[in-house]
Design a binder for this molecule. Structure first.
Ligand code: ADP
Ligand code: MG
Length: 208
């Protein structure tokens, strides 16, 4: 198994472990299926990557994850995450490395795809409220010439702050937007799942 597949396994395990937590959040402000959706999607992603002949290159792995999410997960988040992974795969090129610039480039492509598909913006109380601060943090790290380990650390803080911020705002996209101000006080399930995925990746890379 390649290091990339090992990283995916850790990310998938983290999502599957937090299935009930994500579902509880979604039960408060949505329809209570986000944990189930994401656990099913990550299991499908693991199965798809398992079948790949070359799982040591980022592009085919990201593409397989994205397609698995698009094919196997209903609801809003699965297709949005799926689009994000497919766009990140397409952004891979000869310069893609495990470095700050590649994190920024792939995240930027993923976010553009998610924005185009879902028409949400920062502050709408969605997964983007974790993903955009993550990107901002990596872009700042790139501009400042931070090391990868510094950048990963700062990005974790940014992602967690993004999740906390979603607790303070009303949803303007997705099912939670039906609740309006009643969605204030609960963190957004998609923002939470994005943070769980990033933190699992960070944990993996720290031990790498
Ligand atoms: P559904 O809302 O269809 O039941 P999920 O429960 O799996 O799907 O996912 C809900 C999450 O999807 C929300 O918490 C939010 O983060 C995210 N989401 C919903 N709509 C959008 C959108 N238009 N853009 C970005 N993220 C969105
Ligand atoms: Mg839901």
């Amino acid at each position: 198994m390649s290091r990339i597949s090992e990283a995916l396994e850790d990310v998938a395990d983290a999502v599957i472990e937090q299935k009930d937590y994500l579902t509880e959040l979604d039960a408060k402000i949505g329809d209570g299926d986000h944990g189930l959706n994401m656990a099913r999607g990550m299991q499908a992603a693991l199965d798809a990557v398992d079948k790949l002949p070359h799982d040591d290159e980022p592009a085919p792995v990201l593409q397989a994850i994205g397609q698995a999410l698009l094919r196997n997960v209903g609801g809003a988040a699965g297709p949005l995450y799926g689009t994000g992974f497919v766009k990140a795969a397409a952004a891979c090129d000869g310069s893609t490395r495990l470095d700050v610039a590649s994190f920024a480039k792939l995240l930027s492509a993923a976010i553009t795809g998610i924005e185009q598909r879902g028409h949400a913006q920062k502050g709408d109380k969605t997964m983007l409220d974790t993903l955009i601060p993550l990107l901002d943090s990596f872009q700042k790290a790139e501009a400042e010439g931070q090391t990868l380990s510094e950048a990963l650390h700062h990005a974790e803080k940014a992602a967690m702050a993004g999740v906390d911020y979603t607790r303070t705002i009303a949803a303007r996209k997705g099912r939670a937007s039906l609740l309006g101000d009643q969605s204030i006080g609960t963190e957004d399930p998609g923002a939470a799942s994005a943070c769980i995925m990033y933190r699992a990746l960070y944990r993996f890379l720290r031990e790498y």
